[in-house]
Design a protein around this ligand. Structure first.
Ligand SMILES: [Zn+2]
Length: 446
């Protein structure tokens, strides 16, 4: 793959609220956008690869700000369950039995295939054996913030929890500066699986290494009762009391936040990643995204792991988010499509620590997608609101990351998807046998 490219005759959406420019060219050099303009000013097409994009809309690739990529292996294994039962009776046991370096590599590649084919160019991942996740996302050609998970009990890649922070430190050492597309980070699972001391040490590590700190927070109504050694009246105040709620802290979910929590968040500079499908499917609740944006809290959007979603298509995510935000206030203006799309592109990228990603601008990284507008559901195409309310991942025909074409005409070019299917099949067979022999309560079926 090369990182020089010329895209001709496309329409361009540079920013969600910007007017769409038609009959354009976009020139990419060394992985960055070098020029954008009318096709009449297009540079010489000789000596470089060209994508002819008549009828296509070019826009920034989507940013999935929270995922547990390798959980593709557990998709559909346990649905329609209460969050605690889902996690403790199904997901944690399945992870203890099946998560391995090989599983993380191939199942993360499977997630990458799904994300690329639905227009996601950047993902923030948080899981175990994160070196394998980083390797997979690198091999897939994706841009990623890969955070190593921390919990205070034996985990698949950290059997001795006393070594959890040290394991993550070693992961950061290995991956910082190793790939221009992969940024390592720290992911403390939650205040109910990490003690105050672990949370503090994990945050200190992230700050000292100059990487992002992620934590699941305020996901469910009962979380507050489960916090280990609570230091505040709410999960947010717990973090604030520990001194870790600041501009390097990304709170994933942020569903159960009162007005004081939101004010505290806004003052701290911390960010939120909202995961609407996961929150609805686990009946966790509905985050107050408009109230966050009103206060200037940075907000990104994530799918969460696909065991709790069950899709990694960010187009589904933005459609749902924009709609459910209108529901509880019964206000159709509550979260406009353009604001939603911004959270799924440039704003989401800033949240996860990649401030130059997510725009179509000269000098920006060339992380771009092309959508086919010649579809009944996108005709006529008046503006970017249709991307939120009508488009889906299968409309994406071409994906460019760091200037390299990783998918064209819906064919993944950066890796062999057939091999991924072959490698995942025996892993899935093991999960099937595990589930069949399990005496744990099963998901309701009727
Ligand atoms: Zn999560």
């Amino acid at each position: 793959m090369t990182n020089d490219l010329l895209i001709t005759n496309c329409s361009v959406l540079s920013e969600p609220a910007a007017p769409i420019a038609h009959h354009c060219f976009v020139e990419i050099a060394a992985g960055r956008i070098n020029a954008i303009g009318p096709i009449s000013a297009c540079p010489d097409v000789a000596r470089r690869p060209v994508i002819e994009a008549t009828g296509k809309l070019l826009l920034p690739g989507l940013v999935n700000a929270h995922n547990h990529c390798a959980m593709t292996l557990f998709r559909g294994l346990a649905d329609d369950l209460e969050p605690a039962a889902w996690l403790n009776d199904h997901i944690f046991p399945a992870e203890a039995a099946h998560v391995s370096p090989e599983m993380v590599y191939w199942c993360t590649l499977l997630a990458a295939a799904e994300m690329i084919r639905s227009g996601t160019t950047t993902v923030a991942d948080g899981y175990f054996f994160s070196g394998e996740a980083a390797r997979a996302l690198h091999d897939a050609g994706m841009r990623a913030v890969v955070a190593h998970g921390i919990v205070d009990f034996p985990a698949p890649s950290v059997p001795d929890p006393s070594k959890n922070v040290a394991t993550v430190a070693a992961f950061l050492d290995r991956w910082q500066g190793r790939s221009p597309r992969i940024t390592p980070a720290v992911f403390a699972h939650a205040p109910y699986t990490c003690s105050p001391q672990t949370l503090r040490r994990a945050k200190e590590l992230a700050d000292n290494q100059g990487v992002r700190f992620f934590v699941h927070l305020a996901e469910t109504r009962t979380e507050q009762e489960l916090i280990i050694d609570p230091q505040g009246a709410t999960p947010i105040r717990h973090l604030a009391h520990l001194g870790i709620l600041d501009e390097n802290c990304v709170c994933v979910h942020g569903v159960w936040l009162d007005d004081d929590d939101l004010d505290l968040l806004a003052d701290s500079g911390a960010a939120v990643v909202t995961c609407p499908q996961s929150n609805l499917k686990l009946a966790a609740g509905i985050a107050r995204v408009p109230a966050m944006l009103d206060r200037g809290i940075p907000v990104g959007i994530g799918t969460d792991g696909c065991a709790s979603n069950n899709s990694l298509d960010m187009f589904r995510e933005i459609d749902l988010l924009a709609k459910i935000m209108k529901l509880s206030p019964l206000d159709a203006t509550a979260l406009p499509a353009t604001a939603t799309l911004r959270c799924a592109t440039a704003a989401g990228a800033r949240v996860i620590g990649l401030p130059t990603v997510g725009t179509v601008a000269v000098g920006a990284p060339a992380d771009l997608i092309l959508l086919d507008l010649h579809s009944p559901h996108l005709t006529p195409f008046y503006g970017s609101n249709l991307l939120v309310y009508a488009a889906d991942g299968s409309d994406v025909t071409t994906v460019i990351i760091d200037g390299a074409v990783v998918m064209h005409e819906r064919q993944i070019l950066s890796f062999d998807l057939a091999e991924v299917y072959r490698r995942v099949a025996p892993l899935a067979e093991g999960v099937r046998r595990f589930a069949a022999n399990s005496s744990r309560p099963t998901a309701p079926t009727g």
